[in-house]
Design a protein around this ligand. Structure first.
Ligand code: KG4
Ligand code: ZN
Length: 367
């Protein structure tokens, strides 16, 4: 079965052509083509503008499709993200998918963006050269999913610019949100803190870079790191809050006024990242323990953060040595259409005859 997947939930215009072949024990996947175009037009505005995202998606979709479909026969299915995301952006993908569905006379299947982030971890990233840092490892083009490969229940920590969620994964296609942020998403907090220090958008990689630089300064030469709060860390639920942490950073920056130096920025980035990491790791640990999970999955743009990945790895090694850890290849941490094709494949397998005549964009679609 060949699937064409389309993702336009935010500021990435992405299309993937994936071939899935069922085997007696699972499924073999082959990524025929996978293109992700990040709209750099938003950088100048310091955030994503829905109207601009819409215009760019409409412009980019036909161009990307042409490259993807070169020398290719029409696929068997089209899968398209229908939420959560920015509704004007989602609609671009949906309208485009429906037109293609009519043109090729094939079914169009709606896919949940967050399920895509969960399943992005099924794409392995072999290490061609151990000396390369992980972000340079390329995701595999061909790979297999074997039934029973992932032990369930799993806990998925989804961390992005729009979401911070802990999800109980009973099996592929069966999800329960057990906790989420009550205010800002963690990626949003990274972006806002970066903005307070006049760093470019998206702020996550900038904060990570400054925090790493701070870590390399010898103790004797470092300025003292401020101590920021860990909001809701010990609340009895699995929810998060990042707005208080963000405000604490703002007050600290205001207290420095014109005296803020580059050294201060590094110390602030390190202290903020440490606080965010500690809360994420602690709540994830609590969820794994409570639900007796065998597996931890992490997904979303913020999963590109090496300090967070290290924090989760250390916690698992120490507290749950028998559990498995799945994180996406760096290239697949952010929004992409390969993850939508994978989620679409499992949805089609589960209910092959279901038709979806009324696909609509749902900005706050739940899992
Ligand atoms: O999943 P994604 O590409 O889009 C959404 O669905 O939101 O996530 C984007 C978010 C942004 O907030 C960005 O700042 C953050 O991921 N991000 C990072 C890093 N790389 C991207 N946050 C922390 N550290 C990083 N290295
Ligand atoms: Zn996303």
């Amino acid at each position: 079965m060949r699937i064409l997947a389309i993702e336009t939930s935010c500021d990435e215009t992405a299309i993937c052509l994936l071939e899935a072949t069922q085997t007696p024990t699972g499924v073999d996947f082959c990524v025929i083509k996978n293109i992700t175009h990040t709209q750099l037009e938003h950088v100048a505005y310091g955030g994503v503008f829905p109207a601009l995202a819409k215009r760019e998606h409409q412009k980019n979709l036909p161009l990307i499709l042409e490259t993807i479909m070169q020398d290719q026969q029409p696929p068997d299915y089209i899968c398209v993200t229908n939420g959560p995301g920015l509704e004007p952006a989602l609609w671009c993908g949906i309208v485009f998918a429906k037109e293609l569905g009519v043109r090729w006379n094939i079914p169009v299947v709606p896919v949940n963006h967050m399920e895509g982030h969960i399943l992005s971890v099924l794409v392995p990233f072999p290490t061609p050269n151990q000396s390369l840092p992980p972000h340079l490892h390329q995701p595999a083009q061909t790979f297999s999913y074997e039934r029973h490969m992932v032990s369930f229940p799993a806990i998925a920590l989804l961390i992005s610019g729009g979401h911070t969620e802990l999800v109980l994964v009973n099996e592929i296609g069966n999800y329960e949100i057990i906790g989420k942020t009550k205010d800002d998403a963690v990626g949003e907090a990274f972006d806002k803190v970066a903005r307070m220090m006049q760093l470019p958008y998206p702020g996550g990689p900038e904060i990570a870079r400054l925090a790493t630089a701070y870590g390399k300064i010898p103790d004797t030469d470092r300025i003292v790191q401020p101590l920021f709060p860990r909001p809701m860390m010990h609340s009895k639920d699995f929810d998060f809050s990042f707005s208080g942490l963000k405000t604490a950073v703002l007050y600290y920056i205001q207290s420095l006024g014109d005296t803020m130096t580059d050294d201060h920025k590094q110390a602030i980035a390190a202290a903020f990242q440490e606080a965010a990491t500690e809360v994420l790791v602690y709540k994830t640990k609590k969820a794994i323990d409570y639900f007796g999970a065998q597996t931890l999955i992490v997904g979303g743009g913020v999963a590109a953060n090496t300090a967070i990945i290290s924090g989760l790895t250390e916690m698992l090694t120490k507290d749950f040595p028998d559990a498995s850890f799945y994180a996406p290849a760096r290239e697949l941490t952010g929004d992409n259409a390969l993850m939508i094709a994978l989620a679409g494949y499992f949805k089609i397998q589960k209910n092959p005859d279901t038709e979806y005549p009324d696909i609509v964009a749902v900005g706050n679609l739940e899992l």
